[in-house]
Design a binder for this molecule. Structure first.
Ligand SMILES: O=C1CCCN[C@@H]1CCCn1cnc2cc(F)c(Cl)cc2c1=O
Ligand SMILES: [Mg+2]
Length: 485
């Protein structure tokens, strides 16, 4: 029957799998780590894509499309860039019955695909800045436990690749894009994130520095990297000889960035807002924001009620609200309530005989189950207002839970206690790489080691003489630590 068999606070992993399937977002597939993304998912992806695509167009970034396939010589251009990643590269080795002369890699990311052409297209300073983005899929044959949206062998993303004459321009764009990622999480998905800088250990090895927005899943006590914006410095320019002649005819190498968010964003939203009745959709990304359900009463004529439902949908739609009516005649109202709650529709509007009499509708919120009778005359503005309140409430509840999961630790004991309480830890750190390596070793366990999540741009006061929680050396910064996806 309807309803989840697992509870979020009791069996999170199975609860999550059930929610993404029962809400009709995901269908499992016969190849491990691959999932079918159903329309309920794609509607969310398209809403975020519409926002992000419009924003990067304002920044004069142009969309392009590079091939899925990468030749080995190009992929392996820089040994140290990929040596750690080699095991997750997927290869095409045959066509039909015959072996390919040379196997061809499927892109896991597109630096090595694009940058030989950046070198060809960039000659003089007039060719700069070159700012490209592509919406595509990538394949990484990961072995750690696959999780729909969060960790899959193929996923959808956008990857931006830009080249500038100066570092200052690159630095500025890194943060402009990071702000767009914060807006995707906080303004669309109602998920609070922390903006910060990755450690030398956790940054993109091929780059100069990495910034990210970090989310947190209180139920599992794990951080999750929400999106990344890297400054690549001139490393790839050197590797691929991407240089240009500047105004005074000097040869210079370009300064590059690369940045991405993926369908992982959707998994974070499900984990943060979902409950024991199923998915809870933030209104901005809900394909249906209000579902109208007729409530028949013994012998009242159904036509009147159906007409009122269709009229309500029409009124709301005209006001730009995504509304639909569920007039299916083979399910009871109760069944419909459970079905649309499972799919996370933010608002349900019930219309029965007494609602007709009083020329009102009954509105029920998905986030807090609040019920309210609303006169038809003020329906549009009140529904708009309630949808805004739902977003705000989802964000505030998530932020409270996230903040309650943060513990400040100044000693190793405090750190370990908080880690075992599934917390995200804010600790003073000496910023030494081997100390981070040591933290990973000392926290290794079957549920994974702790690592640095980011050094938040918003730094609390660091009193003189504060010592590193792990090494006891003088601390240089406050950094978030935790287990992660
Ligand atoms: O995160 C982004 C933003 C968008 C463009 N790319 C960068 C860095 C990607 C790192 N990375 C991540 N995963 C990888 C997996 C691989 F198999 C290989 Cl060969 C390389 C990589 C790899 O470089
Ligand atoms: Mg990876």
């Amino acid at each position: 029957g309807l309803g989840l068999s697992k509870k979020k606070d009791e069996n999170f992993g199975e609860w999550y799998s059930e929610v993404v399937v029962n809400s009709e977002m995901i269908e499992y597939y016969d190849i491990s780590g691959c999932y079918i993304l159903r329309p309920w998912t794609i509607a969310i992806w398209e809403t975020m894509q519409a926002f992000f695509d419009a924003e990067i167009k304002k920044m004069k970034i142009k969309n392009c499309y590079f091939p899925l396939f990468v030749s080995p010589s190009v992929l392996e251009r820089e040994k140290d860039h990929i040596e750690g990643f080699a095991p997750e590269v997927a290869w095409v080795t045959k066509s039909g019955k015959s072996d390919l002369e040379v196997p061809i890699a499927i892109r896991p990311t597109s630096e090595t695909v694009m940058y030989p052409y950046f070198a060809k297209w960039i000659r003089g300073h007039r060719d700069l800045p070159l700012k490209l983005n592509q919406w595509c899929n990538v394949v990484r044959w990961e072995f750690s436990n696959p999780t729909p949206f969060i960790r899959s062998r193929e996923f959808l993303w956008q990857e931006g690749h830009t080249a500038f004459a100066t570092k200052a321009e690159a630095d500025e764009e890194v943060l402009e894009i990071l702000e767009l990622y914060r807006r995707i999480y906080e303004d669309y998905l109602a998920v609070p994130v922390v903006k910060g800088k990755k450690s030398e250990n956790e940054k993109f090895a091929g780059g100069l520095y990495t910034t990210s927005v970090e989310a947190f899943i209180p139920n599992t006590g794990r951080g999750v990297q929400g999106a990344t914006s890297h400054c690549l410095g001139q490393n790839f320019a050197k590797m691929f000889e991407i240089n240009f002649e500047n105004e005074n005819r000097e040869k210079g190498m370009v300064w590059q960035n690369s940045w991405a968010y993926s369908t992982r964003t959707i998994g974070v939203m499900v984990m943060v807002h979902g409950d024991d009745k199923g998915l809870v959709l933030p209104p901005k990304v809900a394909a249906i924001q209000a579902i109208v359900v007729p409530v028949p009463y013994k012998n009242t004529p159904m036509e009147e009620i159906y007409d009122a439902c269709l009229k309500t949908v029409d009124t709301l739609t005209k006001a730009g609200i995504r509304a639909e009516a569920d007039l299916s005649d083979n399910q009871t109202p109760g069944w419909k309530y459970s079905h649309w709650e499972m799919k996370g529709v933010p608002l349900r509007i019930e219309i029965g005989p007494k609602d007709l009499e009083k020329n009102q509708v009954r509105v029920v919120r998905r986030d807090n189950s609040a019920k309210e009778d609303i006169p038809v005359s003020t329906l549009v503005e009140q529904v708009q207002d309630i949808l805004a309140k739902i977003h705000e409430n989802l964000f505030n509840v998530a932020k409270e839970k996230r903040d309650a999961s943060i513990k400040v630790a100044k000693t190793w004991e405090e750190f370990m206690e908080a880690l075992n309480q599934k917390k995200m830890i804010l600790a003073p750190w000496c910023d030494e790489q081997e100390v981070e390596e040591d933290v990973k070793k000392r926290t290794k366990g079957e549920i994974g080691a702790a690592k640095s999540l980011c050094t938040p741009f918003e730094q609390p006061e660091l009193p003189e003489g504060t010592l590193c929680f792990a090494s006891g050396k003088p601390a240089k910064k406050w950094t978030y630590w935790g287990r992660s996806y």
